[in-house]
Design a protein around this ligand. Structure first.
Ligand code: CDP
Ligand code: CDP
Length: 235
């Protein structure tokens, strides 16, 4: 009892992953970054000169793709591994960001990654963020959040994040990348990014990080309390 699924969807760079990570920590849940899986798949295709628009390449790519998450004992943070190698930083680089939304439109790739995501969340007690978590991966999630923020704010946050990792990128380039990914993600045929009717929308443009984390933690605790009350009434 007390374990639910929290699904967080939204546009690129509005704070989903860092917020989801902090929410999971507060609730004692596991955080799963579904975007990292699409990014790792993209890196795998790039590294092996495979084209996501060639069905034979896609089959070959999926056959040799092994994505896993491992806890870094020093930081306590889950890191992404591709075929046994830590790719946590590499998957956030601009070459991967420029290709990932195209790779994420491919039906077979989505099918495989969605199946893996469903398995990872089977026991509940997870916070997962992405684009189709509340709509496709966990349509029965007990709490669904749809995060937004204006493009300027999102771009500045992403630029700062890359700068802290030693990658200097022009604000205009980041803006173009985020806008282009939003466009592809929202208009693709396979599970496009949508706000499902039962999602709570949170605009983070003028919120502090701490405030948005606290809001979602409170929503989750309210759902958990309601479930407990419901269970005890039916005992
Ligand atoms: O961190 P950022 O918001 O920039 O992106 P991300 O969450 O790492 O996701 C990278 C890309 O993967 C997105 O732009 C989508 O194209 C794709 N994605 C998806 O299609 N479905 C998901 N559940 C998660 C990510
Ligand atoms: O996952 P998504 O692409 O939606 O966003 P992210 O990777 O979590 O990046 C958002 C960045 O904005 C992080 O560096 C956050 O610390 C920062 N940020 C935020 O998320 N919310 C605020 N209110 C202020 C800053």
């Amino acid at each position: 009892m007390g374990k639910i699924v929290v699904a967080i969807d939204g546009y690129s760079g509005c704070g989903k992953s860092s917020t989801a990570k902090a929410v999971a920590k507060d609730l004692g849940f596991t955080y799963i970054d579904s975007g990292a899986m699409y990014r790792a798949a993209t890196l795998h295709f790039l590294n092996n000169y495979l084209s996501a628009s060639n069905p034979q390449d896609v089959a070959k790519g999926l056959e040799t793709l092994d994505i896993s998450f491992h806890l870094n004992p020093d930081t306590g943070i889950q890191e992404t591994y591709l075929n046994g190698l830590n790719v946590e930083d590499e998957i956030r680089s601009m070459p991967v960001s420029q290709k990932v939304s195209e790779v994420a439109t491919v039906k077979e790739i989505r099918k495989e990654l969605v199946a893996q995501q469903k398995r990872l969340g089977k026991k509940k007690g997870v916070v997962m963020d992405g684009r189709d978590i509340g709509s496709v991966v966990f349509p029965d999630a007990e709490l669904k959040v749809f995060m937004t923020a204006d493009l300027e704010t999102r771009s500045m946050r992403r630029q700062q994040e890359l700068f802290e990792k030693g990658e200097l990128v022009e604000l205009e380039d980041i803006k173009n990348n985020l806008a282009e990914r939003d466009r592809i993600d929202s208009s693709r045929a396979e599970s496009p990014l949508i706000k499902v009717p039962d999602a709570v929308e949170i605009d983070t443009s003028n919120l502090t990080f701490e405030r948005q984390v606290a809001q979602i933690v409170q929503l989750a605790k309210d759902v958990i309390d309601k479930e407990k009350e419901h269970a005890s009434n039916h005992r």
